[in-house]
Design a protein. Sequence first.
Length: 51
Amino acid sequence: MLSNVGIPVLQKTPTNLLNFRRFDRQYAIDLDIEIESVQKSAIRHYRAVIG
């Protein structure tokens, strides 16, 4: 997944730079949410295993 991060840069023209920045910010937010959900599920799993 992370290996694809650089690809959109190559597809953007200068006129789309503002849109790209908006996309990039949204992507970062989505990634934060995804990481947080993974951490929460890992904590739940850890607690279940420890009992």
